[in-house]
Design a protein around this ligand. Structure first.
Ligand SMILES: [Fe+2]
Ligand SMILES: [Fe+2]
Length: 381
């Protein structure tokens, strides 16, 4: 059964294996689900599920602070058994009502941790009231550990890769060009957009989470661009522009060697990272680089990241430009919808104005963080 946590299958497929084993012993468990937690935004997101029948909800996120019952489990570290979900019928929370509507009658919920910090919650649901008796819970404890391990294990190489790249950024002048706050914001914008558009293109919660985690690596190929080009004041000449644009191919090569070094080479999600790095300067009308891909030939993850990155570049202060207001940035991007940027991705960001502003507020630029940087472009090159 431990094989379930290795291999190249999607994490959801691995969870289904674990659920299959679990069902043999505890047939009353009809659903196993995992939500993961982003402490910086307090957002809890659907991530994995294995469900007999239709999933009650996917591509869903909620602030932990808005679900006091879970916030309490997070604070105490305790598990919770609900013997009769009917009691939740009057709950204002959409997810509680959905569970009841889909026929679930009892549940077992527990928080799980990674390096001492809350990493998410595990949910086991049954269609029988009062299913989670002490004998069942004793048996379930092993599986709960295994599922938590599966999730932490799934995300570990990604975390390591990100910290390796962070160190490399800190050591290069790339940090002068893109602040950490820019990467934090654009990654959350990318998650917001991805959550909205994923369903339309048949992608799931795993896709959303990995787009979020990989988005900040889009310009990894800029590490190592000579400072005279990277930091040049004023417009770049043709040769310098070619060097700058070379960050895309350079990035793809870097991703491949980093993936091998960090044990991601067989990860089911490596393709998302490669596509983000390789295609984030493609334009939907085919006028982008390096390949001139158009429309849906550009992977969805790259279309998402292009919008997230451009929006944040426009609304950020740079030495050569003031920060545009959100209205100005949306108006400008809207003009380019369907030409440079994917119109659906733009709309996905625009309709979540309150969340956009919350992200901007949460990841404000530290005044001291903004080192001088000269580049005659309002949008990413
Ligand atoms: Fe780029
Ligand atoms: Fe960027």
């Amino acid at each position: 059964m431990l094989d379930a946590i290795g291999g190249t299958e999607s994490f959801r497929a691995r969870l289904e294996v674990v659920h299959g084993e679990l069902r043999a012993d505890l047939p009353g468990i009809r659903r196993v689900a995992v939500a993961i937690y982003d402490p910086q935004t307090d957002l809890l997101q659907t991530f994995l599920h294995s469900t007999d029948g239709p999933a009650p909800f996917t591509l869903y996120s909620v602030r932990l602070a808005d679900v006091p019952s879970l916030a309490e489990l997070a604070a105490t570290g305790e598990a919770r058994v609900l013997d009769d979900l009917e009691a939740l019928r009057a709950s204002p929370a959409r997810h509680s009502r959905l569970l009841i509507e889909r026929g679930y009658r009892s549940s077992y919920t527990l928080p799980f941790h990674d390096r001492g910090a809350l990493a998410g919650f595990l949910f086991f649901d049954s269609d029988r009231p009062g299913y989670f008796e002490p004998a069942v819970l004793r048996h379930l404890a092993v599986y709960a550990q295994l599922v938590a391990l599966l999730v932490v294990h799934a995300l570990e190489p990604v975390r390591l890769l990100r910290s390796a790249v962070d160190v490399a950024r800190e050591m290069s002048r790339l940090r002068d060009q893109e602040t950490g706050a820019h990467l934090d914001r654009m990654a959350r914008f990318a998650r917001l957009i991805a959550r909205e558009v994923a369903g339309r293109e048949g992608r799931d919660d795993e896709f959303v989470e990995f787009v979020h985690r990989f988005a900040p690596l889009h310009d990894v190929g800029k590490i190592g661009i000579p400072d005279r080009v990277l930091l040049k004041a004023g417009p770049l000449d043709a040769e310098e522009l070619a060097t700058m644009r070379g960050h895309v191919e350079r990035g793809v090569r870097l991703v491949d060697s980093l993936a091998a070094a960090f044990g991601l080479a067989h990860s089911p999600h490596l393709e998302i990272l490669r596509n983000i790095v390789a295609c984030h300067h493609e334009r939907v009308d085919g006028s982008g680089y390096p390949r001139g891909l158009a429309g849906s030939a550009i992977p969805l993850e790259a279309r998402v990241v292009a919008v997230a990155d451009a929006f944040d570049a426009l609304t950020s202060t740079r030495p050569y430009k003031r920060a545009w207001s959100n209205d100005e940035a949306f108006a400008h991007l809207e003009e380019l919808a369907g030409r440079r940027y994917d119109a659906e991705c733009l709309r996905a960001l625009a309709v979540h104005r309150a969340e956009v502003e919350a992200i901007q507020h949460r990841f404000r630029e530290g005044a001291d963080e903004l080192a001088p940087f000269h580049e005659a472009y309002a949008e990413p090159v």
